[in-house]
Design a protein around this ligand. Sequence first.
Ligand code: PSU
Ligand code: MN
Length: 302
Amino acid sequence: MNPYLEIHPEVQQALAAGMPVVALESTIIAHGMPYPQNVQTALEVEAVIRKAGAIPATIAILDGKCRVGLTKQQLEHLGKATGVWKVSLVDMPYVISQKLAGATTVATTMRIAAMAGIRVFVTGGIGGVHRGAETTMDISADLTEMGQTSVAVVSAGVKSILDIGLTLEYLETKGIPVVTYGQDAFPSFYSRQSGFPSPLRLDSPQGVANLLHTKWELGLEGAVLIANPIPAGQEVPAEEMERHIQEALRAAAQQHIRGKAVTPFLLKFIAAHTQGESLEANIALIKNNAKLGAEIAVAYFR
Ligand code: PSU
Ligand code: MN
């Protein structure tokens, strides 16, 4: 067992018993939503996973350990404290060795989930290839990590703060199957459409579970991205989002925002300018993803 890994007893027991476990990230808690909705949502998402017959394991870095499964107090701390790090792979050794509090990104959560033996992971939106990446080279480590770590990632597609076309190209290059659940169009987080067709489509948790099983049995390591469209009726109109995204990108350029600060800056800017609407949509889609993720985990372990 890795000395830096600390698995909550309930999660440990579930893994030992071969029961379905679903990993959850914590950047969305510390940097993706305001307090107290962030902690409230994190708890509700865990409840959705339990109701669907799986055990939730929210992942974060605390006291020099990769924690798999958090207590309510730990969730509360991550959601409330200031100075919680956003930990992508590049930050992991620093935050762990300095014993700092860290919220894990998709890339880091996947890596820790794999260390613990968890195969299914639920998030809101993944990082990807940023608009303008042809000059900035800003490509999220989420994509390279998905290229090598065998964990299924359930998300609501890709937010249009990114270049969706380039992100799909990159996923293809890395050999990451992209499966949209229940429709032909690839979704873009706040919207069920993105203007791009989905490379693949499946309509049942069992179908997804079979794909995962087949991929990994073939020795094809790496993730599968499952894009789950936001529930109809919860969408934020794409034209409205685009206006806010353009504004956010201009502000980021003016303020010389670079590197790992780019994604949180854009997300915060957009949240502040769309207020209740984007937050409500965000909460709806993460719960929707949690339900599907749990169903996939249950089917996979059957
Ligand atoms: N995109 C979203 N919501 C998020 C993130 C991205 O729509 O919360 C977070 C995730 O934790 C993701 C991270 O892993 O940002 C990507 O950051 P970067 O682009 O710096 O790799
Ligand atoms: Mn980046």
